[in-house]
Design a protein. Structure first.
Length: 203
């Protein structure tokens, strides 16, 4: 199995990118949420992948972090949803928006994805509601094996979310508020909390 691909971004078009892995260029299908944040061509990327094996085809599907790859795996575990369908859903809704829709039971938001009707949207919610947590919304940042500052930023976000819950907000409200804060390296949990409270005050 190919866990991830790391190399120079050689091409990006439609729903597909090509990453150079040594002398080989690997074609990887990605959702719009990935295409929108990719660096310029020639720069290095790290894409976490799922390999679909068929009798007449091998297809790679890729994401910028393990959490979003896990969301994709959960989607294809829902009866009637294959990799292409899951990719369509994650192009219509970012992984975080999908998590939010599942947690809140928002079938209407999910049914905006191409080829997804109301019944399929309800099936996704029923199948995945117990498998998705509000905490995942805080953890869904790009893989950070080589960036020590980002785990610290994540920790500040988690501490702020915990404080918001202690103040009476729900886990979902706290997660959404923290996700709407542009957390920087110089922000501690208190600074994130203040910014989150400002966001909540304008809702």
């Amino acid at each position: 199995m190919i866990s991830y691909v790391k190399g120079a971004l050689a091409e990006k078009s439609g729903d597909r990118i090509v990453v150079e892995a040594g002398p080989v260029g690997l074609g990887i299908y990605v959702p719009l949420s990935v295409l929108e944040v990719l660096p310029p061509l020639g720069e290095e990327v790290k894409i976490y992948t799922y390999l679909q094996v068929r009798e007449d085809d091998l297809s790679l599907y890729g994401f910028l972090n393990r959490q979003d790859l896990d969301m994709f795996r959960r989607l294809i575990g829902v009866n009637g949803i294959g990799p292409k369908g899951a990719l369509g859903i994650l192009s219509a809704l970012s992984p975080d928006d999908l998590r939010l829709a599942i947690l809140t039971g928002d079938a209407k938001a999910i049914s905006k994805a191409p080829g997804v009707g109301a019944k399929t949207a309800q099936r996704i919610i029923l199948d995945l509601k117990d498998k998705v947590s509000a905490e995942e919304m805080l953890a869904s940042v790009a893989d950070t094996d080589e960036r020590t500052s980002v785990p610290l930023m994540q920790e500040a976000g988690r501490e702020a979310a915990t404080a918001l819950v202690a103040l009476g907000y729900s886990n979902l409200e706290a997660s959404k508020a923290v996700k709407n804060v542009q957390i920087t390296e110089d922000m501690d949990a208190e600074a994130v909390l203040r910014a989150s409270l400002k966001y909540l005050a304008f809702l």
